[in-house]
Design a protein around this ligand. Structure first.
Ligand SMILES: [Zn+2]
Length: 122
């Protein structure tokens, strides 16, 4: 098993820290912006507001999930355990880590997990 020899771990660490900062800033800004929405008495206005809040909260959920994954990735780098697929233990493809530094599965396992979750959803 080869470790991520051709990718500098310190570079990845910097990349992840950068992503974490961007996400944290965005989450903080969204929190500040989402206070006191202007609600009209028009039910249509309210429906539109609820819808936009639902979209915003799903984006927020996605951001905070990604933040968690990035922080986990940072811990894995510190533990010298970064770049391995959790289910199968293989190396995660370097180009995949570049695109998604928080990835904890190789493409094969991520693909399997994706299809499994699709089957469960029906
Ligand atoms: Zn795998």
């Amino acid at each position: 098993m080869t470790k991520i020899t051709n990718t500098e771990p310190s570079q990845i660490e910097a990349h992840i820290k950068n992503e974490i900062q961007i996400l944290e800033n965005r989450i903080r800004r969204e929190r500040e912006e989402s206070t006191e929405p202007e609600v009209g008495s028009d039910p249509l206005d309210r429906a539109a507001l609820v819808q936009s809040q639902q979209i915003a909260s799903s984006v927020r959920f996605h951001d905070s999930e990604r933040l968690k994954a990035l922080k986990k990735a940072l811990l894995r780098i510190k533990a010298d355990d970064y770049g391995f697929c959790e289910p199968c233990g293989d190396d995660i493809e370097p180009f995949r880590l570049k695109a998604r530094p928080e990835a904890d599965m190789c493409i094969t396992c991520a693909d399997n997990a994706f299809h499994k979750s699709k089957q469960m959803a029906g």
